[in-house]
Design a protein around this ligand. Structure first.
Ligand code: SAJ
Length: 415
């Protein structure tokens, strides 16, 4: 039996997407290469934290419309939602790594059918959808050579990037506008008709290359905006000005909308995607590269400030509040807070107490080097308090508990 959809990659994007299609009556096979992930989902449970995702996945699995497996099966539509990380090359330490996209694409060659729609959702460098088509036909030539000519005329390829914000994924999955970029207009239209099943936002048709660049541009735009705020924070430190007050006042101008400075930019999107533009056009992408460098340098600035404060105490205790890459999520990947705490530990800056309400254990990278503590206990014991993530648990805070301590508030929430 052919499924309606086969979704490859059951992570932060693939799992909600597969589940929402399933709850809208589509027969969905979710594919992941990790057996533990497949087993977890088939029990109706989840392996990642995202508000309400557990309810959605349980409903999808229990309806009988979503099943997970290790290998693809025949389907009308294939959605590739696998990671696109970095890979160091001889000329570029941050070149895009398309190995997962290539492997997922090649894996559908045995099961793809005439007229199938193949969608790339993963954030990808410009030209990846074309590469995807080429990889698929290269694989088809090996495994089903007699059918290549017929399939070449009928397969449809499109890029439909996701835009959902971690922490608000399910709301944004349904509500956000989308871009459907086809290798042909027919492919874009077919992709639009598919996402129309659950997407109530507008769906705009374009070509695949524009859609690829559009996704990268959105995240690069946010990165440049945050870099502006982070640069302001460095300038304000030197000039003795409160950057948060400054930004609040500047934003009262009707056409000014400055973002917020912080300890750096984390997550697996904004700190990664702009490099795909730099890689494609290194000479032209000057501002985009500089923004990345400004944001990547920010954790080091925080580390130096913490070490300078700690140096004032004989055997300092430092409370680090938050490890996640941003507020109210459990995701520690590419987290500037993790980076800062790891450096403080490596530099023996002091006894390190870490408060992270979203993790149960000390992460492997910090094991044996920091102690996990409750908020009040950590602050009471600390000489230096460093607020790294503006988790909601840290916001209503009795400032009197900070009296006599050195405080570094990287998010400006305790002003
Ligand atoms: N940050 C700041 N200051 C700000 C805003 C954010 O320092 O004013 C930091 C955060 O603390 C975090 C990082 O930037 O470390 C990124 O957080 P985010 O909330 O801006 O974005 P992500 O990475 O969670 O999600 C982004 C979103 N992209 C845009 O807003 C343009 C989301 O819509 C995308 O779907 C997602 O990337 C993705 O998957 O590409």
């Amino acid at each position: 039996m052919s499924h309606d959809l086969c979704v490859l990659g059951l992570g932060y994007i693939g799992l909600p997407t597969a589940s929402i299609f399933a709850t809208r009556g589509k027969k969905v096979l979710g594919v992941d290469v990790v057996p533990r992930v497949v087993d977890t989902i088939n029990r109706g449970e989840i392996h990642i934290e995202e508000p309400d995702l557990d309810v959605l996945v349980r409903a999808a699995v229990h309806s009988g419309n979503l099943r997970a497996a290790l290998t693809p099966e025949p389907a009308q539509t294939f959605v590739v939602a696998v990671p696109t990380p970095f890979r160091a090359t001889a000329t570029n330490p941050k070149a895009p790594d398309l190995a997962y996209v290539e492997a997922a694409t090649r894996s559908i060659a045995p099961v793809v059918a005439a007229g199938s729609l193949v969608i790339l959702e993963s954030t990808s460098p410009v030209g990846t959808t074309e590469l995807m088509r080429d990889w698929l036909f290269d694989e088809l030539a090996k495994v089903r050579p007699a059918e290549v000519a017929a399939l070449r005329g009928s397969l449809l390829f499109a890029h439909c990037p996701e835009r959902i914000l971690p922490g608000q994924m399910l709301k944004e999955l349904v509500a956000n506008d989308r871009i459907a970029g086809g290798l042909t207009p027919a492919a874009a239209e077919a992709a639009r008709d598919l996402y129309r099943i659950f997407c109530v936002g507008e769906i705009f048709l374009t070509d695949a290359r524009t859609a690829e660049m559009c996704k990268l541009t959105e995240n690069a735009s946010r990165d440049v905006g945050i870099a502006f705020a982070n640069e302001l924070s460095l300038i304000c430190d030197k000039l003795g000005i409160d950057v948060w007050e400054l930004i609040k006042l500047a934003n009262r101008h009707p056409r000014v909308k400055i973002l917020q400075p912080g300890p750096g930019v984390g997550g697996h999107c904004i700190a990664v995607d702009p490099w795909f533009i730099v890689d494609a056009a290194p000479e032209a992408a000057r501002l985009i590269r500089t923004a990345r460098e400004v944001n990547d340098a920010k954790p080091h600035h925080v580390i130096e400030r913490v070490k300078a404060c700690a140096a004032r105490f004989r055997s300092p205790t430092i409370a680090c509040l938050g490890l996640a890459f941003k507020a109210d999520v459990d995701d520690l990947r590419e987290s500037p807070a993790m980076d800062i705490v790891q450096h403080l530990a490596a530099d023996n800056a002091g006894r390190l107490l870490v408060v992270e309400p979203h993790v149960a254990d000390v992460p492997a990278a910090l094991r044996g080097r920091v102690e996990l503590a409750a908020l009040d206990a950590a602050v009471a014991a600390a000489d230096v308090v460093v607020l790294l993530v503006n988790h909601r648990e840290f916001l209503p805070f009795d400032r009197r508990k900070l009296e006599g301590k050195a405080v570094i508030d990287t998010r400006g929430v305790w002003r």
